[in-house]
Write a protein that binds this ligand. Sequence first.
Ligand code: 5GP
Ligand code: ZN
Length: 112
Amino acid sequence: MDCIFCKIIAGEIPSARVYEDEYTYAFYDIEPQAPVHVLVVPKQHVTNVIEGAQAPGMMQHLADAVARVVELEGLQQSGFRTVMNTGADARQSVQHLHVHVLGGHPLNLTMG
Ligand code: 5GP
Ligand code: ZN
């Protein structure tokens, strides 16, 4: 499948790993919108949160991984934003479910 995030998970495209477990992979966004900008993705390919909700356990695993990333990046006290873009109006550019985790400064009302 021609999916850039599947290739990142498989190690075919290099990425800067933040966290990984059996179900999820987290890595730094290549075009950070904030001092901390991590993408958390399920290892199983689904397109978006609607499909993800149909895969048993997937959203829970993603939330668990977000919590680990927040801990690893030291964002618990300062706060952070999670974003999941779906479809054209949200300008979703990669069709593999991903949670943006943004933080490290006071965030503005665009994404980061
Ligand atoms: P979306 O717009 O689909 O919500 O977010 C996709 C994100 O993936 C963007 O923030 C973009 O910078 C990031 N991205 C796209 N290609 C790559 C890549 O090859 N490596 C990394 N680390 N991030 C990528
Ligand atoms: Zn994929």
